[in-house]
Design a protein around this ligand. Structure first.
Ligand code: MLC
Ligand code: AMP
Length: 501
């Protein structure tokens, strides 16, 4: 079934119920949702796009951005959300790899996308600004506001989400209609969503947390979104009295706790706070409980699989763990071929209707990431407690998570190494009070190379997404290596933590 049809199956019963309210108080009802997504779907198909064609969007968060996503789903097109922080080089790769037939971008990026060939017959290029205006909106004005949702099979492609890789090359995770429909239903049920819920939506809508986890259960339940353009602690505090549920990355909870106005009284009526995308520090978990009386529910997921495990709604939500496998999803922890006993760390492998269909045009990479018996290797290291709670205790993949965004050191190292005057580099994550981990680079200059920290940072800012840019660049004479010649990143992490080059 088309996931949009599944999410909105109760829509006819509640056309006038509010679906989304913006930070400025503009309200869209479920009838508006139906009309706006129909318009987007009609317009896109009117351009000649057919089932499976890609629609890429690098746009600011707005109701229209969400209608674009849901309209693409309705039309059976594959949606390709792109982080607004991505720069030209990153975008060139995605466009070349995914070959979208439609690209929707911010007005200020139009010339970049045109330059990348998007306006030259390869793709239709439109703009959409933060207020919902632009050439895409103009196109929609003439489009039909009724649309027969295109039937889809569970295995049909719905969304491509690019995740960077340990080799430095990004992979497009192919997420199907069946993946998002099943996961949305499980979350709506496990987290007890009802039509009375109001979810404070402050996450970006170009990754699975903000696009899937915080939207699909709301649609299924006929609940309402308070839809903010971005996370701002003050604005969140002002909105919380009208919300019942909030979802966020740990940084949001750290920032809320830093505000004296974030009090127990303010959130006494709240039903649920959910955290994920990065580890929730125990002191944040405990501090939140002490301040508010609420126990944050931590869950674990990834682009390739949506949500995998969750602490229980009823029952003990245990800090430092990500709870139990969600219904219908199997999780095992293995050391090689052997299942680990409780307390023993191993690779987390998963199976279930939530697991993606593979990496876009990378059959070999896909094969590598699945075991012979069909389990997906997450690249996360976990361990069970004796009573069945899963903890994430490390990562087999060389990955930094900063403020909920993934940064692959290899990708940054390749860009740094291309800077004239750099002999080699190594990138590590170091603990950071706000972002959880901060990107730090160690750089070895070539003999006579004239490099400094500010210069390197400035160069990187023009080439890669801002959250990937190292917060510190430490110049060193050489990188520590083991007997095999491999860079000892643990040694660098220790040095970086003390900031001693
Ligand atoms: C912004 N900056 C960051 C950053 N975000 N630096 C490191 N890590 C980050 N995450 C830097 C910018 O580069 C800029 O630096 C400065 O901070 C100000 O930028 P900003 O955009 O104004 O920052 P702010 O609004 O404060 O953003 C921080 C944030 C945001 C935490 C609110 O990063 C955020 O919303 N993160 C959520 C990520 C998310 O949705 N993840 C889900 C992935 S899905 P300078 O030097 O230019 O000034 C997933 C699966 C799952 O992981 O399980 O959910
Ligand atoms: P992404 O590729 O952006 O979807 O990020 C997925 C990764 O985020 C996972 O593979 C984990 O490493 C990490 N992650 C998500 N949720 C949690 C969590 N609750 N605790 C620790 N790590 C998490």
């Amino acid at each position: 079934m088309n996931a949009y049809a599944f999410f909105t199956r109760g829509l006819a019963a509640r056309p006038q119920a509010p679906f989304l309210e913006t930070g400025n108080g503009r309200v869209y009802t479920y009838a508006d949702l139906d009309r706006e997504t129909a318009r987007a779907a009609s317009f896109l198909t009117g351009l000649g796009l057919a089932k499976g064609d890609r629609v890429a969007a690098q746009v600011d968060k707005s109701p229209q951005a969400l209608f674009l996503y849901l309209g693409a789903l309705r039309a059976g097109l594959a949606f390709l959300p792109l982080n607004t922080a991505y720069q030209r080089g990153e975008l060139a790769y995605f466009l070349n790899d995914a070959e979208p037939r439609v690209v929707v971008c911010r007005p200020e990026m139009r010339s970049t996308f045109a330059d990348l060939g998007c306006a030259s017959g390869k793709a239709h290029l439109f703009t959409l600004d933060e207020h919902g205006g632009g050439s895409f909106a103009e196109g929609l004005a003439g489009a039909a506001d009724r649309f027969e949702t295109v039937p889809m099979a569970d295995g049909d492609l719905a969304v491509i989400i690019y995740t960077s890789g340990t080799t430095g090359r990004s992979k497009g995770a192919m997420v199907t209609h069946g993946n998002i429909a099943s996961n949305g239903a499980v979350l709506a049920d496990c987290w007890r969503f009802t039509g009375r819920d109001v979810l404070l939506h402050v996450l970006p809508v170009f990754h699975v947390h903000g696009l899937f986890v915080a939207i699909h259960p709301v649609l299924l339940a006929g609940a309402k979104l308070l839809f903010h353009a971005k996370f701002d602690a003050g604005a969140a505090i002002a909105a919380l009295p009208r919300a019942t549920v909030m979802m966020g990355v740990p940084t949001y909870y750290v920032r809320l706790l830093a505000e004296p106005a974030f009090t127990r009284e303010l959130v006494a009526h709240m039903r649920l706070f959910v955290s994920g995308s990065a580890p929730l520090a125990l002191d944040t978990f405990a501090g939140f409980r002490e301040r508010t009386g609420h126990t944050i529910l931590e869950r674990y997921g990834m682009s390739e699989a949506g949500m995998i495990t969750s602490n229980p709604y009823d029952g003990e939500r245990r800090g430092g763990t990500v709870g139990f496998p969600l219904p219908g999803i199997s999780v095992r922890v293995r050391d090689g071929e052997r299942e680990c006993a409780p307390g023993e760390p191993g690779g987390i492998e998963i199976k279930g209707p939530n697991v993606f269909a593979g990496y876009w045009r990378m059959p070999e990479k896909t094969r590598e990431e699945f075991t012979a018996d069909g389990w997906f290797r997450t690249g996360d290291v976990g361990q069970w407690s004796a009573d069945g709670y899963l903890s994430i205790v490390g990562r087999a993949k060389d990955l930094i998570i900063s403020g909920g965004y993934n940064v692959y050191p290899k990708e940054i190292e390749l860009v740094i190494d291309a800077i004239p005057g750099v002999a080699e580099s190594a990138v590590v994550g170091v603990p950071h009070p706000d972002f959880g981990e901060a990107v730090t680079a160690f750089v070895v200059p070539t003999a006579g190379g004239a490099l400094d920290e500010a210069g390197i940072i400035a160069q990187l800012k023009s080439q890669i997404a801002n959250y990937k840019v190292p917060k510190r660049v430490l110049l060193v004479d050489e990188l520590p290596r083991n007997a095999m010649g491999k860079v000892q990143k643990n040694v660098l992490r220790e040095r970086a933590a003390q900031d001693v080059p």
